[in-house]
Design a binder for this molecule. Structure first.
Ligand code: BTN
Length: 256
């Protein structure tokens, strides 16, 4: 039997069997007045949500977790939480895999030897009282991965590691708390940004950027103070990118 999960004081955890989406369950708790610091995990999801309206294949054996936080921060600060979640995942995975095999891909993917092992979906639900329900949804491929994805995926089992989803969750939750403390509600995003950049892939290199209404190539110059990607385009302009899929010139992407 799995060991009970220990969480930081003030945090709660509900572990469920089969749900549509752990993000949707977290949202229901928010709508019912939950005070936040609530983790929802599930064994499987029938309607797992991915980024940009995609679905997230959610069969048993992988980790599906969502953290509900209640925040008074502005949306640009809340967006910082993508970096916190990916740093926390990086450190959780470090318990099982060589550190130099783990890199971070803007905005919030974690790659192992260039292959995607996880997904992060950040949802922000502002309320009239100035507070937001912020949901950080995290999926990690522990036991299997889909093969029909844009970016080649992997899983811990394929990498020779048998890791129970809730064991990984324990490391993830502890590391989220660590990075939330460093972040200090955005007052210290500079430190988070630098820690993220230290592990990032593709900075200074040519990338292809696919946005909902535009596709552009250029040099991934840096991440700005808000976490936006600064792209130096071929006409020497600088474009600030807030949401996009990025592709490295030399990577495991299947198609751009
Ligand atoms: C991505 O497309 O990369 C983001 C995927 C996020 C998946 C996780 S699994 C737990 C949580 N519940 C969901 O429905 N989605 C997120």
């Amino acid at each position: 039997m799995a060991k009970p999960v220990t969480l930081r004081a003030g945090y709660r955890h509900i572990d469920l069997d089969n749900v549509i989406s752990t993000n949707s369950i977290a949202y229901e708790h928010f709508e019912n007045g939950d005070p936040g610091k609530l983790w929802i995990t599930a064994i499987q999801q029938s309607g797992g949500k991915g980024s940009r309206g995609r679905n997230w294949v959610s069969v048993p054996g992988n980790l599906y977790a969502s953290l509900l936080l209640i925040s008074k921060l502005k949306p640009d600060r809340i967006a910082n939480l993508s970096f916190i979640a990916s740093l926390a995942l990086h450190d959780a995975l470090k318990n099982y895999l060589p550190e130099d095999s783990i890199t971070l891909k803007w905005p919030n993917d974690v790659l192992i030897n260039g292959k995607k092992i996880s997904g992060i979906l950040l949802e922000n639900h502002p309320c009239q009282n100035g507070k937001s329900g912020v949901i950080i949804g995290i999926g990690v491929n522990c036991n299997s991965h889909p093969t029909d994805t844009t970016h080649t995926a992997t899983d811990l089992k394929e990498l020779g590691k048998n890791v129970a989803p809730l064991e990984l969750f324990q490391h993830l939750a502890a590391n989220i708390n660590k990075y939330l403390e460093i972040w200090d509600e955005g007052n210290n995003f500079g430190t988070i940004r630098q820690l993220w950049l230290d592990k990032a892939q593709g900075v200074g290199e040519k990338i292809f950027v696919k946005m909902p209404k535009q596709e552009v190539s250029g040099i991934f110059e840096r991440i700005d103070e808000q976490g936006l990607l600064i792209l130096k385009t071929t006409d020497n302009n600088h474009q600030r990118i807030s949401t996009a899929d990025i592709f490295f010139s030399n990577s495991n992407q299947k198609s751009a």
